[in-house]
Design a protein around this ligand. Structure first.
Ligand code: DAH
Length: 345
């Protein structure tokens, strides 16, 4: 019996080396483990063996059976891998290519328009202190407009006084830059801002703004109007018009809100085909602006008698929503590929 087992083991070794395909390996399994195999015959002889031999032979034969199974399994795997690695025509696993987010694309487009006018792009700091976010911008502690700007405070005392907070607008960039750099200045400052707003179709606790400002000698409101008209006509369409509505911002005087003639109905206010974009008002609100308040210049150590400046601030989401007729701000942040893909370039 031992001799037959030895022969069988030798034969299996040779057969295994000679088998290449999955089919040949399957045939080996039948030959060595099938019902008519030598091994099955050997198992059948166990009951006739002397009692003290039965257990020993049971173990020996089972061990060989396990070895056969393992050898066949391993060879199948190796062979499959070889076939895969040799198939040079097999298509590669596809992976979806990403693209820039529409907010990034528009942000860069806006900045590049102002860069052509000579503005420098300087990012501010997302974590601000109360002085830069409020006081230096002529918003004292008791000012009512501070309520809607009161954002997320950090549990950390600021370096000078007050607390740190997530900035509620990009206007503090004005302060940081004016304190460090002497006029003349023309800067555009993009970035994220935070508000204590409930999320809905037009509000988000976080969105993006672009602040712009110019400081120099003899800067006046006409420079502001010319700059913003250039921007609107470059970005939206060469035939848009702007309307400056008096408004109040603590950091500018005089201040204005700027409306643009509706890009859909061109401000025609057609009564029969009511415009869904401007609701037949003919105008769309785009941004806030004004002449920098002397208190702001003085807070930065700039002589307000010698220098004047203008400033403006716009929400990037709002600009994108106007340009592409998007009616819900939440779409920008939900990562729905079907929405984002429409703007991939
Ligand atoms: N900081 C204002 C806001 O977040 C936007 C703004 C309005 C900026 C008028 C300005 C400005 O520079 O002149 O609502």
């Amino acid at each position: 019996m031992q001799e037959r087992l030895n022969q069988l083991q030798e034969e299996f070794k040779k057969d295994l080396q000679g088998s290449k395909t999955t089919k040949e390996l399957k045939n080996l399994k039948i030959k060595y483990l099938g019902r008519k195999s030598t091994l099955t015959q050997l198992f059948a002889q166990i009951p006739a063996l002397p009692n003290d031999q039965k257990g020993l032979w049971g173990k020996k034969l089972n061990l060989f059976k396990v070895k056969i199974n393992l050898a066949l399994e391993n060879n199948v795997k190796i062979e499959d891998r070889e076939e895969e690695s040799l198939d040079l025509t097999f298509p590669s696993a596809s992976c979806q290519e990403g693209s820039r987010h529409i907010l990034t694309t528009v942000n860069e487009k806006i900045c590049s328009i102002f860069e052509r006018l000579g503005f420098a792009v300087i990012e501010g700091s997302e974590i601000e202190d109360e002085w830069h976010n409020f006081e230096a911008l002529n918003i004292p502690l008791e000012h009512p407009s501070r309520d809607s700007f009161d954002t997320f405070y950090l549990d950390l005392p600021a370096k000078d006084k007050g607390k740190y907070l997530l900035r509620s607008h990009t206007s503090p960039s004005q302060i940081r830059i004016m304190k460090k750099t002497k006029p003349p200045l023309a800067v555009i400052s993009p970035g994220r801002v935070y508000r204590p707003d409930e999320v809905d179709a037009t509000h988000s606790f976080m969105f993006h703004q672009i602040e712009g400002f110019v400081v120099g000698e003899a800067i006046n409101f006409a420079h502001l109007k010319g700059t913003l008209l250039y921007f609107a006509q470059e970005f939206f369409s060469c035939d848009v018009e702007l309307r400056f509505r008096p408004h109040f911002f603590p950091f500018t005087e005089p201040s204005a809100e700027v409306d643009m003639s509706c890009i859909m109905c061109k401000g025609k206010k057609n009564k029969e085909t009511k415009c869904s974009i401007c609701k037949n008002k003919g105008w769309l609100e785009v941004l806030g602006c004004g002449m920098i308040h002397p208190n702001v210049l003085e807070a930065c150590g700039i002589n307000a008698k010698k220098y004047q400046g203008f400033a403006f601030g716009m929400g990037v989401e709002r600009i994108v929503m106007l340009k592409y007729s998007i009616d819900d701000i939440r779409l920008f942040y939900e990562n729905d590929i079907r929405f984002l893909k429409q703007f991939s370039i």
